[in-house]
Design a protein. Structure first.
Length: 238
């Protein structure tokens, strides 16, 4: 799958400026010798989708059961386990009709709650839900031996060292993109009318993980669906 098949694609690979910023921040943590060394700190975040509305089910799904799959690659891997650096989630919504707002509760649909480090990649797909299909977490776990998934996950393992190199981070960002595309491909094989709805990538140093509302006003509207989302920094003391 190419990146152009995502209906909304806001993921931009790190450019020269972004790479220089990553390098500056990593180097600043090492100044003053071992005594003053500061390891880059993971940031507690929550990501919530809001006001998800199917505007015209006749065009996409008709009166159907809908599933929404989200994959968040947060970069905060534990040593030796690249799968710890991403969180897949699946949500199912039966009997959706035209202009229905998906029932996500008062606070929105929580697709991620945890610690992010170095970067944050978000992938969202929407599909016709078929009976007895596995959730995204199970689908990915069933494919862990595939060469493509091993390659993507392998890039995330290097993030677990005390002080990764800039090249380690940029390679992992590329791996996150491969992982998101791979998840889309798996879903397209087991669900009906899968739409690669949205993907984006936020850097810790350059973008501050994108904390805030997206878009800043209104909603993303594409084909027959609209939504907005927010990235919130959680208070670790609470």
């Amino acid at each position: 799958m190419t990146q152009h098949e995502w209906l909304i694609d806001e993921a931009v690979p790190p450019d020269v400026v972004a790479i220089e910023q990553i390098e500056h921040e990593l180097n600043s943590n090492q100044r003053g010798g071992r005594e003053s060394f500061r390891q880059p700190q993971a940031v507690p975040l929550a990501i919530r989708l809001q006001d998800i509305m199917i505007l015209d089910t006749k065009k996409w799904f008709g009166d159907a059961d809908i599933r929404l799959d989200a994959l968040v690659v947060h970069g905060n891997a534990t040593q030796g386990d690249g799968t710890s650096a991403y969180v897949p989630k699946t949500f199912r919504f039966p009997g959706i009709k035209d202009r229905d707002r998906l029932p996500t509760g008062e606070n929105g649909l929580l697709i991620f709650y945890g610690n992010a480090l170095h970067f944050l990649d978000i992938f969202i797909t929407v599909s016709r839900d078929r009976k007895d299909t596995d959730d995204l977490a199970t689908l990915l776990s069933q494919q862990l031996q595939s060469a493509e998934l091993q390659r993507a996950v392998g890039t995330l393992v290097g993030l677990a060292v005390v002080l990764p190199q800039v090249s380690t981070i940029t390679t992992a960002i590329g791996g996150a993109s491969i992982l998101g595309n791979f998840a889309y491909q798996i879903l397209s094989k087991v669900t009906g009318d899968t739409i690669g709805l949205y993907r984006t990538s936020w850097l810790q140093y350059k973008d501050g993980f994108g904390i805030g509302r997206h878009p800043q006003g209104g909603s993303h509207k594409v084909r027959d669906l609209s939504f907005w989302y927010e990235i919130i920094q959680e208070d670790p003391e609470v």
